[in-house]
Design a protein around this ligand. Structure first.
Ligand code: SAJ
Length: 414
C-alpha cells in the first residue's frame, strides 16, 4: 500500500509503514514514537552494534524516557532495527550533517542514505529529509538520487524537507508537540508530507517549499547562535568592567522587548555550533553577522582559559577541578563541547594538575584524562571551574564552594 492510499482511504497509521534512516538522537526517538503511535517502523542504521542494541529493546544514547519507549516499541513488534532499508510507504532520512575542518558541509551521510533507499522507493512513496541541511540539498541530493529518475516528483513520488526541531533533553515531548515546517519539492509533495506529520504531531504543521524549509531551520539555529554570541560578548565586556554579566542581562530582560540569552563557556552541540556555517558557506557575502557570531562563540573558550590561567597564578601548585564536559546540562553529548576545548587548552597551557568530572560522560567517550568523581574533585581542588550546569553540580553545598576559588562560566552559583 502506498502513502496516498493510506491517507485517502485508510487514515489508520497502523496501515502505514515507515523506514527511518539513521537511529541517532533524531531517528531513534522519531522511529519509536511512530511505532508506539501504530506505524510499522523499520529503523535503519549502518552500525551493527546499534541495530543489535535496539533489537534487544535497549538504547545507545542518553535521553529521558527513551529507554522505556524503545523497549515498548520493540516488544510490540512495531519497531524493528535493520542494517539496510526495506520497502515502505514513507522514508525518513535522519542522518547527521556535520561540517568538515574547513567548515564546509559534509553531506556524505545524506548521499549514502539516498543511495541505500533508491532500490526500495516505488511509485506513491513519500521521501522526507529531516536532517538539517544546506539550502537546496532536498532538490540537489534527495530529489536527484533517492529514487528512479523515471519517477515524476509530485506525481509518482513525493519529496519533502521537514527539518527536525527537537531540543535534546526534551526530545520525546518536542517530537510530538512542536509546530513543524514542511517544505515540498512541489505543493503536492508538501501536502502529502503535511498529512503524514498531522497524523502523529499535535503541533501545527505549516506547508511551504523545500528551500524555505531549509533556510527556516538554519535561521532558527543561527538566531539562537547570534543571541548567545551577544550574551557572550556582554559577559567578556562585563568581566573587563568587573561587573556581573548576569546582573546586566537579568535587568535588561526586564525591558518588555529585550530577551537576551545566557552567556556560557561557548556554544556546543551538533546543531547550533554547526548549522550557521551552512548559511555562511551558501552565501558568504550576505552572512557577516552570522559568521561574526560564530567567531565570538568560538573565541569564548579561549577567553575562559586565559581567565583561569590568571587566577591560577595565586597558587604555587594549582590543582584545578573542571566540572562538566558535556555541551549542556544533563546530557551525555560532548560533540563540539566548549568544555572539551577549555580542558584541552588548560592542559596544553600547563596550568597545573587538572581533574575532570562529568557524571554523564563515560570513559570510552573521553580518554584524554581520567574521569574523577565529584567528591574526589571537591576534596582535591582549591580551584574549581564550572563548565556544564548538570544538576549534580547545582546541588554542591555553597559552604563547600565558599572555601574555593570558583570560575562559574554558567552563572550557576549566583
Ligand atoms: N547555550 C548558551 N546560552 C543559552 C542557551 C544555550 O550558552 O542561553 C549553549 C548551550 O550550553 C549549548 C549550546 O548553546 O552549548 C546549544 O544548546 P541549546 O540548548 O541552545 O540547543 P541544542 O543545540 O541542544 O538544540 C538546538 C535547538 N534549536 C533552537 O533552540 C533554535 C533545537 O530546537 C534544535 O532542534 C537543535 O538545535 C537541532 O537539532 O538543530
Amino acid at each position: 500500500m502506498n502513502v496516498s492510499e493510506s491517507f485517502t482511504h485508510r487514515p489508520v497509521p497502523a496501515e502505514t509503514s515507515v523506514c527511518v534512516m539513521g537511529l541517532g538522537y533524531i531517528g531513534l526517538p522519531t522511529a519509536s514514537v511512530l511505532a508506539t503511535k501504530g506505524f510499522r517502523v523499520t529503523g535503519v542504521d549502518v552500525r551493527p552494534e546499534v541495530v543489535d542494541t535496539i533489537n534487544r529493546g535497549e538504547i545507545h544514547i542518553e535521553e529521558p524516557d527513551l529507554d522505556i519507549l524503545v523497549r515498548s516499541a520493540v516488544n510490540s513488534g512495531q519497531l524493528v532495527a535493520a542494517e539496510s532499508p526495506q520497502a515502505a510507504d514513507v522514508f525518513m532520512i535522519c542522518v547527521p550533517t556535520p561540517i568538515r575542518d574547513d567548515r564546509t558541509p559534509d553531506l556524505t551521510y545524506i548521499r549514502e542514505a539516498c543511495q541505500a533507499i533508491q532500490p526500495n522507493v516505488v511509485k506513491g512513496n513519500l521521501v522526507i529529509l529531516e536532517s538539517t541541511s544546506p539550502p537546496r540539498t532536498t532538490e540537489e541530493i534527495v530529489a536527484a538520487t533517492a529514487f528512479s529518475p523515471e519517477f515524476e516528483i509530485g506525481k509518482d513520488v513525493f519529496v519533502a524537507h521537514c527539518p527536525e526541531r527537537v531540543l535534546p533533553g526534551r526530545i520525546l515531548l518536542e517530537v510530538v508537540q512542536n509546530d513543524r515546517v514542511v517544505g515540498g519539492m512541489t505543493p503536492e509533495c508538501a501536502q502529502r508530507a503535511k498529512q503524514f506529520y498531522e497524523s502523529y504531531v499535535s503541533g501545527e504543521v505549516f506547508a511551504t517549499s523545500a528551500l524555505v524549509a531549509e533556510v527556516t531551520k538554519l535561521a532558527e539555529n543561527s538566531y539562537r547562535d547570534v543571541n548567545i554570541a551577544f550574551a557572550n560578548e556582554l559577559s567578556m565586556l562585563a568581566e573587563d568592567l568587573n561587573i556581573d554579566p548576569w546582573d546586566v542581562i537579568e535587568l535588561a530582560n526586564r525591558h518588555p522587548r529585550v530577551q537576551i540569552l545566557s552567556p556560557g563557556p561557548g556554544v556546543g552541540g551538533h546543531c547550533i555550533s554547526v548549522d550557521p556555517w551552512f548559511l555562511v558557506h551558501a552565501q558568504p557575502e550576505r552572512t557577516q553577522l552570522i559568521r561574526t557570531a560564530r567567531e565570538v562563540n568560538l573565541y569564548k573558550p579561549q577567553f575562559v582559559v586565559r581567565h583561569v590561567m590568571e587566577l591560577a597564578k595565586q597558587f604555587e601548585t594549582p590543582k584545578l577541578g573542571c566540572l562538566g564536559l558535556a555541551y549542556k546540562a544533563d546530557v551525555d553529548d560532548i560533540r563540539e563541547s566548549p568544555a572539551l576545548d577549555i580542558v584541552r587548552g588548560l592542559v596544553r597551557e600547563g596550568v597545573g594538575d587538572v581533574m575532570v568530572c562529568d557524571p554523564y560522560v563515560r570513559p570510552e567517550q573521553f580518554d584524554e584524562l581520567p574521569l574523577s568523581s565529584l567528591t574526589d574533585v571537591l576534596e582535591a581542588c582549591p580551584l574549581i571551574l564550572l563548565l556544564t550546569d548538570h544538576r549534580q553540580f547545582r546541588d554542591i553545598p555553597r559552604r563547600v564552594l565558599q572555601e574555593k576559588v570558583v570560575v562559574d562560566t554558567r552563572g550557576l552559583y549566583r
